[in-house]
Structures are given as C-alpha cells and as structure tokens.
Design a protein. Sequence first.
Length: 306
Amino acid sequence: MPMPLEGLRVIDWTIWQQGPVASAMLGDLGAEVIKLESKDGGDPSFDQLGLARSGIMFAAGEPDMPPQPIGGGIADQMGAILLAYGVLAAVISRERYGVGQVVDASHLGSMSFLQGLSLTSRLINGAAFPRVPRARAFNPLWNHYRCGDDKWIALGMLQPDRYWADFTRAIGRPGLETDARFATMGARAGNCAALIEILDAVFASRPRAEWLDILRKGGDFIFTIVNSLNDLPDDPQMIANEYIREFDHPTHGPTKYVGIPVRLSETPGSIRAPAPEHGQHTELLLTELLGYGWDEVSGLRERGVI
C-alpha cells in the first residue's frame, strides 16, 4: 500500500525547530520534503518564550516553587504537532473545496491547547486547577512514591474506595482499612498528609521491583513506574509499540530514532531517510528538480547564492 501522503511535496523554508519537525512528521507519512536552508547553519531547540508566556512554567513542580525550566523543546514540539495537523487539514480542504490557505500555529496557541483542561477550568470556574503538593494529594492513591532503591512508582486509582481494602492488605498494612481517619475517600482526603507520610515509609521499605510484583499479585490495581528520560528508550512498552525505532544511518550505522506515535493499519508511515546534512541536497535539487546545469550551479556557489 502507498503511504498516506505520497505525491505531496512540501517546500519547507521555516527556521527554528517547530517548522522542520512538522515537515519531518509529514515526511514520515510519505510526503516529499524539500528543505530550504540558511547558508550559515542549521535550525536551533526557540521555545523558551512560548513556555514562559503560556503559563506552563507555573504548572510544573510544587506550588511554592518559582517558574520551572522545562527542557527538551516542549513548545517547539507541540507547535510542530499542531502545525502538521493544520497542514493536513488544509490539504483536505484543498481537495474538497479547491482552496489554498495560510496555516498559522504559534507556540502560545499550541501550549495553551496542551493545557486545555486547566485553561478551561480557569475560563469556566474562574480559577485553574490548584497545584497540590505531593505530600498533600487529596487522593493518596493518585500520587507517586519513592521506593527503597530510590526509584519511583505512580498510583492512578481515581476510584480509591474500590481499591482501598485490597490495597491495604497488599502493602501489608490491613489496619489502615479500619482506621477511621482513612476509612473513606473523604476521610483520606481530610487526613491526606498523615496517610501519605505512612505510605512514604511503606514504599521506602522495599525496592521498586518488589513493589511492582506485590501490586500485580495483590489486586486489580492501576499503577506504573516513573521513568526518567534516560529510562524511556529501554521501556518495554516503548519498544513493543515501536515508539523507538532503529534505522541504518549511512554515516553512523544502526541508530535509534524516535518512532511514529500514530499507527495506521493499512497505510502506515515509516522513517525512510535520515535528515540530510546541511546543504547535502542543494546540488541534487538544483540539477535534477529545477533543471540547472552544473556550470550554473558552480556560478551560484561562487557568488555565494548557495
């Protein structure tokens, strides 16, 4: 089967990270991407101001912390995702209605959309969701805990009364079930600091691998590990879902790449080629696509045009 965007040509003259990442996403789905590059270098990780103005720096960390630095080009990546989304919508509109149009996706708009639930709360209720310290989480079964080997585990049980009795037995503290301070969801919320202090001590008593085994065998619990970014490439779910792919790079050999997060059953995308080196395809495009002769290409290079 052909790839979804085969036959679509993308001319990318964007700068910074947002535009090229959007083009790479379209390329992974089969589009032909031609990158018009600056002569003085590649594209630098420009999202700092998007992070700052969108409010997400105040959404991270504990409530009493100052705005938190957030690495990894999050605003650039989110902007790229929505830019690619907008381009696809524009292509469909062109096919259906015969119109071309400008697509505009900013850092601010993209990061606001990413925080849609919190922002909607602010718009409707007059206040965003409160930033609650981990040590005072209203639902201690919707929280994360440090285990004895300094690794973390996250619990995600939004219906805690359903799990509470089995949970207390699984962690070896059945007396918590009948403790009046913790007997109901409301009671646990009112005494959350005391309960989290107890659970902190419980989870710190064993390494994470033991707790994972205990919770798997102890009941129908909802939980997972807390990965660091360094842990992520080796996570078995990342590998099983091909969110990390290996590609045979012509220079570096077998190289791991971030895979395609959306899978299509009949027309899947794929990583087809490495990102070209700066200026690598200039001569090829001028001669094969635009019909320039080699003497003309040499003249352009001598005059500093390319």
